[in-house]
Design a protein around this ligand. Structure first.
Ligand SMILES: [Zn+2]
Length: 402
């Protein structure tokens, strides 16, 4: 008989949620293996397995090798047909995507929109696309939705706070629209933070992600957790003051980083030359237009100088430059060169600086991970099943719906 290695931190697991964590993390175990690795009493373990089975959180899979004449069945996390719906909203584009619980992308569609339109005009068409994408699947169960927006988000409540990009939206616009459309848990996150998590190769990585598109956003993940700061503004680098005599910024101040390095500032300088979108800039750069290249190089250089301080403070494994402008090879390359030149060796040693995934792939991946954490974390399962157990006890408030 083969016994898989059990992570030490999970041995001694006792609650329903930590038991599910163990089953998910190992890819499935038999009852005997669970008894041995958790040290739980048989009665308690079997009761918890029963409850998880009744809630369709686990299932009994194929027989494992016979032990002592009995065949034991493997208990697995029930991810069959479970899907997450993600909405990655940018200022000019949005991607709607269906992924499985392992983050594998199943179906997606990207459309153009204007984020500064009224909330209903932005969200309702995307919800219709989400419905169509879900209807295109067979035997799928939606477990949660995730939405990223180019605005500050209060993560605990999913409300959008102090947004300059969508000033007319109600703070709860996104959560209430999603909850009205689907009665499943909702995660709302800032776009750069979602993408930062999506760019991480594993749950323990430390990554600084900078999105350079219309504006500049930054998401920081430390050991797998999104860094928010005391007041939720960690990584808000777009309006760092970089030059006292710089141009006036949209925020009203002079010389912000965004006035040198954001897509909108580059467009402002290139519009007279027939370039009207970030895509136009990317195409002109790849065609080798020297005036565009020069602007990109100087914008990237200023950004790299500003990021040297962030990278030195966080000491990440990876610095990822994403977004329509950030992923232009010339731009990402110049940011890399400037950062590596400006930081000390202890920081640059082992630091990888790369361009991000194309399009909204990173934000979609990060949102999917956040939804899975929200729905299946040990704490979420324990609180779900506490209600469930209370309601199904004799004298309880009746049987909970499954
Ligand atoms: Zn500013």
């Amino acid at each position: 008989m083969t016994i898989e290695r059990i992570p030490a931190r999970l041995s001694g697991a006792t609650s329903h949620g930590s038991l599910l964590d163990l089953i998910r993390g190992t890819g499935g175990m038999s009852r005997q293996q669970l008894l041995a690795s958790t040290g739980m009493s048989r009665a308690t373990l079997y009761e918890r397995i029963e409850t998880l089975l009744r809630r369709n959180l686990i299932y009994e899979a194929e027989s494992m090798e016979a032990t002592g004449g009995r065949r034991s069945r493997k208990i697995r996390f029930d991810d069959r047909g479970r899907v997450v719906l993600a909405f990655a909203l940018g200022q000019t584009h949005a991607t709607v995507a269906v992924s499985d619980t392992n983050g594998v992308l199943l179906r997606s569609r990207t459309v153009e929109h204007r984020i500064n339109a009224p909330e209903g005009a932005v969200l309702q068409p995307l919800i219709r696309i989400g419905t169509e994408l879900l209807n295109a699947g067979t035997a799928e169960t939606l477990v949660g939705t995730g939405v990223s927006v180019p605005a500050p988000v209060e993560a605990g409540t999913g409300t959008v706070v102090h947004p300059t990009t969508i000033p007319d939206w109600r703070p709860e616009a996104v959560t209430s629209a999603m909850t009205a459309a689907w009665h499943v848990p909702v995660v709302v996150e800032n776009d750069a933070r979602a993408a930062a998590l999506g760019e991480c190769n594993d749950d323990h990585e430390t990554t600084v992600y900078v999105k350079v598109a219309t504006g500049i956003g930054c998401g920081i993940v430390v050991n797998g957790s999104i860094l928010r700061g005391a007041h939720g503004a960690a990584g808000d680098i777009g309006h760092i003051h970089v030059a006292s005599d710089g141009p006036v910024c949209r925020c009203g101040r002079r010389g912000c980083l965004a006035t040198f390095s954001s897509g909108s500032s580059l467009l402002d300088q290139l519009r007279g030359d027939g370039l009207n979108s970030l895509d136009d800039i990317a195409v002109a750069a790849s065609a080798g237009r020297t005036d565009v290249e020069a602007l990109l190089l100087s914008g990237a250089d200023v950004l790299g100088g500003a990021l040297a301080a962030t990278v030195t403070t966080i000491n990440p494994d990876r610095l990822v430059i994403g977004g329509r402008i950030g992923t232009i090879p010339l731009f990402a390359g110049q940011v890399r060169e400037r950062v590596l030149r400006d930081v000390v060796e202890r920081i640059s040693n082992g630091l990888t600086v790369t361009a991000g995934m194309p399009g909204d792939a990173a934000a979609v991946d990060g949102l999917t991970r956040l939804v899975i954490r929200k729905v299946y974390s040990a704490e979420a399962i324990d609180s779900l099943l506490t209600d469930y157990v209370q309601n199904t006890q004799p004298g309880g408030r009746g049987t909970a719906a499954s």
